[in-house]
Ligand binder design. Structure first.
Ligand code: ZN
Ligand code: ZN
Length: 422
């Protein structure tokens, strides 16, 4: 027998994950409701894909040279020997679902949204989690730059509706498979010249994907990247044309924007349009949402040749800068004393809930006085007192907690009093 008892380890959530407790969930629900309502207004419908997928979906879709795939994926082998990955982002799942269910054969617009958790094995730091949440929007089969602008306008509207201020829209074009290779080649040559000034990671990227050097957060790499050639002078006619039109549609939608020539985003699949909405309230890593066009993914997956565009918004970051306070709901607290009153109280609770009145009755055997102070502490709008005496008389005390007014009323009149003061 051991003489020392080991210190009891408290159970805790896994590093990089976080509970969203009832006290803070109100703002999440508010953002989710606002997003869903708005997207539906623009003709988008929800598409819910599984939390995990075959690993090669993300290798193929997100891109084998991205930081996400090389460093951050939650990948494991399941009992059937399959390689499974918890989705690090949503786009490849939507593309897969469209192909698998041949949604493109149906008349509905291929416009989708989703809100839910994503998983990345990133270094946990302030405001960054390994299970984090995104609002995701994707459109397929619309090539026209007008949709690029409309999707930016929709994102901008969502942020405005949520009271976000000091947000700025950055836009760029990253070209296409016709024009980007020449750019990559020049970029590689430039990066090679300053190889020694780049971090080991970026030194590797020179060969694999020099565009990804722009994603690096190391200061010396950023300094060098700022001096690299800009993609704008390499765009082919089609890409240049698309970008010009995109910008003029943004003007039409009344969205102020800034062209940011180094905005390449950390994903391999982007073609033509990329954009970010950044907030000055977030510090250096200040992107609230980002997205772009990815015209090759569908055909790379073996599906039809459908162009696509989308964005993802980080819920944690957004919520960290929101100042809105969700309204507290008004509810009735039913205080009972004695067995008969408890039965009557349950009947009242069922009745009021059916009538649309939020009602709380607790079964912990507190005294009437204690129940009254509970109701006060919880912020009840009304308290209904049900005791044996009240049942015998058929008259119940209803207290309006805001005014302090107390009414003695028959059961059938209680609802009216509540509704009148609601
Ligand atoms: Zn091009
Ligand atoms: Zn670097």
């Amino acid at each position: 027998m051991s003489t020392s008892t080991p210190a009891k380890k408290e159970i805790a959530a896994i590093k990089g994950t976080k509970d969203i407790l009832p006290g803070e969930v109100g703002i999440w629900q508010k953002v989710e409701a606002e997003a869903k309502g708005l997207f539906e207004f623009y003709g988008y419908r929800e598409l819910r894909a599984p939390v995990f997928e075959a690993t090669d979906l993300f290798e193929k879709g997100t891109g084998e040279t991205t930081d996400i795939v090389t460093k951050e994926m939650y990948t494991f082998t399941d009992k059937g020997g399959r390689s499974i990955t918890l989705r690090p982002e949503y786009t490849p799942s939507v593309a897969r679902a469209i192909i698998e269910h041949r949604l493109y054969l149906q008349p509905d617009p291929l416009r989708f949204y989703f809100i839910g958790p994503m998983f990345r094995y990133d270094k946990p730091q302030k405001g960054r989690y390994r299970q984090f949440h995104q609002v995701d929007v994707e459109v397929f089969g619309e090539k026209d730059p007008a949709i690029d602008a409309e999707i930016v306008e929709m994102a901008d509207t969502l942020l405005k509706n949520l009271g976000v201020q000091n947000a700025e829209t950055l836009v760029n074009s990253v070209g296409c498979r016709a024009c980007r290779p020449a750019y990559s080649k020049d970029l590689r040559a430039h990066a090679e010249k300053v190889r020694d000034l780049l971090c080991p990671d970026c030194q590797r990227k020179i060969a694999t994907n020099p565009l990804r050097i722009f994603d690096c957060k190391v200061e010396s790499c950023r300094e060098q990247a700022a001096r690299f050639p800009k993609i704008s002078s390499y765009l082919c006619r089609e890409c240049r044309d698309h970008f010009t039109k995109f910008c003029s549609y943004l003007d039409l939608f009344g969205i102020p924007y800034k062209v940011e020539p180094n905005l390449v985003r950390g994903l391999d699949y982007y073609t033509k349009t990329t954009f970010e909405i950044v907030s000055s309230g977030l510090g250096a890593q200040n992107a609230l949402l980002g997205g772009g066009r990815y015209d090759d993914m569908m055909k790379d997956f073996g599906g039809p040749d459908l162009s696509a565009i989308g964005f993802a918004l980080g819920m944690e970051r957004l919520i960290s800068i929101l100042k809105i306070k969700p309204e507290k709901s008004k509810f009735l607290y039913i205080a009972t004393l004695g067995e008969a009153a408890k039965t009557k109280g349950i009947e009242f609770a069922r009745f009021f809930r059916r009538q649309g009145v939020e009602s709380l009755i607790e079964f912990v055997g507190r005294s009437l006085k204690n129940q009254m102070s509970r109701a006060n502490k919880l912020g009840a709008a009304w308290v209904l007192i049900v005791g044996e005496e009240e049942i015998r008389k058929g008259l119940y005390q209803l207290k309006d907690m805001a005014t302090g007014n107390q009414n003695e009323a028959k059961a059938e009149d209680l609802l009216k009093i509540i509704c009148d003061s609601a």
